[in-house]
Ligand binder design. Structure first.
Ligand SMILES: [Zn+2]
Ligand SMILES: [Zn+2]
Ligand SMILES: [Zn+2]
Length: 279
């Protein structure tokens, strides 16, 4: 199982679209790994979690064939995770020789509404017909080709059931924990009872170590550490499980020099755009 972090920034990206704070100025001047596009994770080139406005940029800079994505799981309807306008371009004269003809999108009811709103004006009916929208809820289990994907409840929005995902292929399991505050007890209970062991966990680290925080909607490194301890105590993770922190905000100054000591202290890897982890 190959997990690629196409984008590792929060909604505004780093440098943020309209920002000149010291972090954004430094990121703009340095370029490279200091630049963070909006969050998107690609698994084996064909299963995707989230589809931000930067999907186009990921195609440009990371050599990704997004036409090969057969299954798209959407965490929630916020714009940085689901930019549905771009699906208008998935057909008609805008494409040739797509790798996968059909795209299956799975998301909550709000994701379905956003898709309908954003595509209503410009999507041709033949393009619409090649996309299957499936509504999922917390604890839905979906068979997606060779993958088994379980949706779990996030703590992120009062307006919709934001979702976390457990993605399994064979005996390999990847746990995607963003966007969320500290996950609810039901998530830990479900994972413990399932008896599953995860090989890689991605953690919402929007707040890094800014202690003004515990937003309830996102996590920082201390909450990440609590999640890691709990998963290990429950036998869901062990010494071979890798923990990756991601979804960084410019407000938390996520420059690599600052993240390095945090990686060492907490035993985590800070994701960067284009980083791949092989399970
Ligand atoms: Zn987000
Ligand atoms: Zn900034
Ligand atoms: Zn969000």
């Amino acid at each position: 199982m190959k997990i690629t972090y196409l984008g590792t920034g929060a909604a505004e990206g780093v440098p943020a679209l309209f920002c000149n704070c010291p972090t954004c100025l430094a990121a703009r001047a340095s370029g490279g790994r200091e630049l963070r596009s909006r969050t998107q994770v690609l698994i084996d080139g064909k299963l995707c979690i989230d589809f931000p406005p930067d999907a186009f940029y990921h195609g440009l800079h990371l050599g990704v064939d997004l036409s090969a994505v057969e299954h798209l799981f959407v965490t929630h309807s916020h714009m940085d995770h689901f930019y549905a306008h771009d699906f208008i371009l998935r057909g008609y004269k805008y494409v040739a020789a797509m790798t996968a003809e059909r795209l299956h999108i799975y998301g909550n009811a709000e994701v379905g509404k956003v898709f309908a709103e954003c595509t209503r004006r410009e999507m041709r009916s033949d393009v619409r017909e090649s996309i299957t929208m499936t509504e999922i809820k917390p604890f839905s289990v979906v068979r997606a080709g060779e993958y088994c994907v379980t949706a779990l409840p996030a703590v992120h929005s009062k307006n919709e059931d934001a979702l976390l995902f457990l993605v399994e292929r064979g005996n390999k399991a990847y746990l995607h924990l963003h966007d969320t505050g500290m996950p609810p007890a039901s998530v830990f209970a479900y994972l413990k009872e399932s008896g599953k062991k995860v090989r890689l966990v991605s953690l919402d680290c929007t707040l890094v170590d800014t202690h003004s925080s515990t937003s309830g909607r996102h996590m920082g490194i201390e909450e990440n550490a609590a999640v890691m301890r709990r998963l290990k105590a429950d036998g869901v993770a062990d010494g071979n499980t890798r923990f990756v922190i991601t979804h960084f905000s410019h407000n938390s100054a996520p420059l690599t020099a600052r993240l390095r000591p945090i990686e060492e202290e907490y035993g985590v890897t800070a994701a960067y755009d284009g980083m791949t982890v092989e399970l």
